[in-house]
Write a protein that binds this ligand. Structure first.
Ligand code: NAD
Length: 176
């Protein structure tokens, strides 16, 4: 039995992430999806809470022939012990999946096997691009799996992003 570990911020979980997981599913029996920066939300870069991201991802994984665990992982201010922190929060795993250079480096220094995956349509399947489209009321739905679109609509996520952007510009977050 092989268990993999795939970490991301998933702000939001998009079709590129899902393509990666579909490929991983062919290589492992079980997969842990780590929601990184779980402590972050309500900012332009990290609009969605860990709980909201758990809903998005859990619903997208439901149709895959794969045992999955979705685990929130908060950031810690010390890269050198981050892998131990991940291991403390996650079921044990045999192989990690990431294209993030820092993540790869930290796992490899801890002697954990890391597999990289191809990037899919990176010019548009990229968190910053998707959040920019949401902020500017441009088309974003086509870039996300349907359960993610439904979750964002249910929580009124676009209004949140636009409000946070507005607050960042006007400084209204600091009431007098
Ligand atoms: P991400 O959501 O940007 O990406 C997740 C993975 O998907 C990455 O491997 C990325 O390369 C891949 N991906 C993105 N778009 C893709 C596409 N179109 N096609 C195929 N693959 C695609 O998340 P991330 O930034 O890699 O997440 C790493 C997390 O680990 C962050 O939350 C970070 O804070 C956390 N971290 C924390 C520490 C610490 O706390 N000290 C240290 C290292 C990492």
């Amino acid at each position: 039995m092989t268990r993999g570990f795939y970490i991301g911020r998933f702000q939001p979980y998009h079709r590129g992430h899902h393509r990666v997981i579909e490929q991983i599913a062919a290589e492992v029996d079980e997969l842990v999806v780590g929601i990184g920066s779980a402590d972050q939300s309500h900012t332009l870069d990290n609009p969605f809470t860990a709980g909201e991201r758990m809903v998005m991802i859990t619903k997208c994984l439901a149709d895959l022939d794969l045992v999955t665990y979705v685990v929130p992982i908060e950031d810690i201010n010390r890269n050198s012990v981050w892998v131990s922190h991940v291991q403390a929060m996650s079921p044990t795993f045999d192989v990690a999946y990431s294209n993030n250079p820092l993540v790869i480096r930290l796992f490899e220094e801890s002697n954990i096997d890391v597999h990289q995956s191809p990037m899919f349509e990176r010019e548009q399947l990229e968190g910053t691009t998707i959040r920019d489209r949401m902020r500017q009321d441009e088309d974003w739905r086509e870039l996300l799996p349907d359960p993610v679109v439904a979750t964002i609509e249910e929580i009124n996520g676009i209004t949140r992003i636009q409000h946070v952007a507005d607050t960042d510009k006007s400084g209204r977050a600091d009431p007098e």
